[in-house]
Design a protein around this ligand. Sequence first.
Ligand code: MN
Length: 254
Amino acid sequence: MTIRLISDLHLHPGAPEITEGFLHWLETRACGCDALYLLGDIFEAWIGDDLLDLAGVDPSGNADLALRVARALRRLADDGTELYLMHGNRDFLLGERFAEEAGVTLLPDPSVVAPGGKRILLMHGDSLCTLDTAYQAFRAQARDPLWQAQVLSMPLPERIALAKQLREQSGEANSNKAEAIMDVTPEEVVRVMDAQGVTTLIHGHTHRPAVHDLSVAGKAATRFVLGDWQPGQGWEIVIEEGQAPRLQHFALGG
Ligand code: MN
């Protein structure tokens, strides 16, 4: 049994090295594994699944990128790998149509899974950053089905402009925030792990890849943080039968 987990690829047409590296990774390292978990922010932005209709005619390249990724994931799914996708704070509008085309199952955040028997809590990680109250207010709005329906009913060009505006606002806001605010709140991590009854948590989002030891309800526990992909380097967590999860980075080839 081999399970792989990744997050924070932030795929977009402006970073072709990461896209090519990811597609190569799917065909080589990921190929043949039993399950692949995509834990959010796979895409830098997602403005609606109808983006797929624009493949071949969208000058930004976003539609072609989305279709290539969907097809590559589909090949893996067709070869027998179970694929699961959790939303991040960038691609939270990713919907059932993309999921179907890519052969992935959408996973709620948080989700507890038990590959190989041991219960593991999976999250994107943004909900753990509770000190960032401005972001948490936006998150609550962005996860509201009514707000999402409203946004998805806007014409595509308006949605593209909105996504750009949100990214710029987030970039400006984040450059003024203290380091601790941008990271997870330790007490929130313990609270969520205790509530879910787990001693293992895997998440991404913070771009601070690490393995943290902590204590949850008097038990030794571990929090694994996935890294963000860069040109030339990717991050993954691998779980093999009877072994603890392993966080590792690797060279991204094209
Ligand atoms: Mn994120």
